[in-house]
Ligand binder design. Structure first.
Ligand code: ATP
Ligand code: MG
Length: 366
C-alpha cells in the first residue's frame, strides 16, 4: 500500500531544516514535495553555542529543544500548505533532530539530538518517530551513519559496485556492492563542509564557498594536507563516526599554528582534504564503478572536480538517478520512520558496529 511520510532533517552544517513529503510503496520512495527553512539569527547563534562551543546552560538547552520542535512544526505546516496535502494524509513524520553532541566512544556513549518531538506531534497532529540514533548506540553501535539502509533500498544495483557519498557537514559513504550477499559497508569519513563553511564565514564573510569558487583560486598546500591526514580519526578502521565537535575550528587552528598560509590556500586544502580523504578511506574496499554524490556539497563544483581527480570511478550526483541530492537525507528519515512503524530494523550492524539489528526510534502518537 502506498503511504505518505514526512522526513525532517537539520544537519551538522547548521544551514537550516530540510523537510520532504515522500510516497513510499513496494516499488520505491518518491519525492512528492519539499521545503527548506532557514534559522533566524538569534536561533542560529544559540544552536552554534550548543553545537560548536558546548557552552550553553541547561535552561537554554531545554528551551532551545522546545523552540526547535515548534519551528519544525511550523516548517511542516508550510510544507503541507505548499503541497496542498492535509495532516490526515500523512502516516508519520520521521524527525532526525539537531545533533548537539555525538560521543559514541565514551565509556557511557551517547548522542544527543534536540527538536522536541512532543511539540512536533502536538502542534501538527501527526504521529512522530524521533530519537533514531540512541537505540543503535544501546545495541553497541556508533548510532551513525543511519542513511545506508535507505541508500541500499534506493541506489543498489546488481550490475555494478556503487558508493553513495553524502557531503553534508560531515562526509559519509555507503558501499553497495553488486554481489547480492555482500554486506553493506558505511562510515563517516571526516569533514566535508563543516570546516570549509566556518572558514568562509570567518575570512570571506560568506556562509559557504558557493560552487567552490573561492577554493578554486587557491593552491592546495601539500604539507598542510599531509598534517591534516595524520589525524588519528583518518587512521581508524570503520565502523566509525564523527561530528563537528571533533572536526572543529580548534582542530583547524591547531594545524595552522606557526604557519603562514594564504586564506584561499587553506580553503583549497580543506576542499582537497574532503576529496583526498574519500580516496584514502576507500583504498581497502573492493573497487567502485560509480560514486553517487548527494548533500549540499554536491553543488561545490571544485570539490566534485577534485573527487573525480582523486578517484578512478565515474563520479556523478544522485540527480542522474532521479533523486535530488538536496533531499536524500530528509527522504532517508521519512523511510526510516516507516521502517519503525512497520516494526522493521533500521540500522545495519556492519555499518554502525551494533551487535544486532534494531528497530530505531521512539513513536509519539498524534
Ligand atoms: N552551491 C553550493 N556550492 C557549494 N557548497 C554548497 C552549495 N550549496 C550548498 N552547499 C554546501 O552544503 C551545505 C549544506 O549541506 P547539507 O544540508 O547536505 O548538510 P547538513 O545540513 O550538514 O546535512 P547532513 O548532516 O544531513 O549531511 C552548506 O552548508 C554548504 O556548505
Ligand atoms: Mg542541511
Amino acid at each position: 500500500m502506498t503511504k505518505l511520510f514526512i522526513g525532517l532533517m537539520s544537519g551538522t552544517s547548521l544551514d537550516g531544516i530540510d523537510a520532504v513529503i515522500t510516497e513510499i510503496s513496494s516499488s520505491g520512495c518518491k519525492l512528492i514535495a519539499s521545503h527548506y527553512q532557514t534559522f533566524d539569527e538569534p536561533l542560529l547563534s544559540q544552536l552554534k553555542l550548543a553545537c560548536r562551543e558546548s557552552t550553553i546552560d541547561l535552561n537554554k538547552l531545554g528551551s532551545l529543544d522546545a523552540e526547535l520542535g515548534t519551528l519544525y512544526a511550523e516548517t511542516i505546516k508550510k510544507l503541507l500548505a505548499k503541497a496542498n496535502i492535509s495532516a490526515e494524509q500523512i502516516a508519520a513524520i520521521g524527525s532526525h533532530g539537531q545533533t548537539i553532541q555525538h560521543s559514541p566512544t565514551l565509556q557511557h556513549p551517547f548522542t544527543l539530538q534536540i527538536g522536541d518531538p512532543n511539540q512536533l506531534a502536538e502542534k501538527t497532529g501527526i504521529r512522530v518517530v524521533a530519537d533514531f540514533r540512541r537505540r543503535d548506540i544501546a545495541a553497541g553501535g556508533q548510532g551513525a551513519p543511519l542513511a545506508p539502509a535507505f541508500h541500499n533500498a534506493v541506489f543498489r544495483s546488481s550490475d555494478e559496485n556503487r558508493i553513495i557519498l553524502n557531503l553534508g557537514g560531515i562526509a559519509n559513504v555507503t558501499v553497495l556492492l553488486a554481489q547480492k550477499e555482500a554486506p553493506i559497508v558505511g562510515f563517516d569519513c571526516g569533514p566535508a563542509n563543516t570546516l570549509m563553511d566556518q572558514w568562509c564565514q570567518q575570512h570571506f564573510d560568506q556562509n559557504f564557498d558557493r560552487d567552490g569558487a573561492i577554493a578554486r583560486t587557491g593552491s592546495i598546500n601539500k604539507s598542510l594536507l599531509d598534517a591534516f591526514m595524520r589525524d588519528e580519526f583518518f587512521q581508524k578502521k570503520h565502523p566509525k563516526s564523527t561530528g563537528p565537535e571533533y572536526f572543529s575550528m580548534q582542530w583547524l587552528s591547531a594545524h595552522l599554528e606557526d604557519l603562514t598560509i594564504e586564506k584561499t590556500d587553506v580553503l583549497a586544502t580543506l576542499c582537497e582534504l574532503t576529496a583526498y580523504n574519500i580516496k584514502v578511506s576507500l583504498v581497502t574496499l573492493p573497487s567502485c564503478d560509480r560514486l553517487i554524490v548527494c548533500g549540499g556539497g554536491s553543488h561545490n563544483d571544485f570539490l566534485i572536480e577534485r573527487l573525480s581527480h582523486n578517484l578512478e570511478c565515474l563520479v556523478e550526483t544522485s540527480t542522474s538517478h532521479g533523486v535530488d541530492p538536496d533531499w536524500v537525507e530528509a527522504m532517508a528519515f521519512s523511510w526510516l520512520a516507516k521502517q519503525t512503524l512497520d516494526g522493521k530494523f533500521g540500522n545495519i550492524p556492519s555499518v554502525t558496529g551494533a551487535t544486532k539489528e534494531v528497530v530505531l526510534g521512539a513513536i509519539y502518537s498524534a
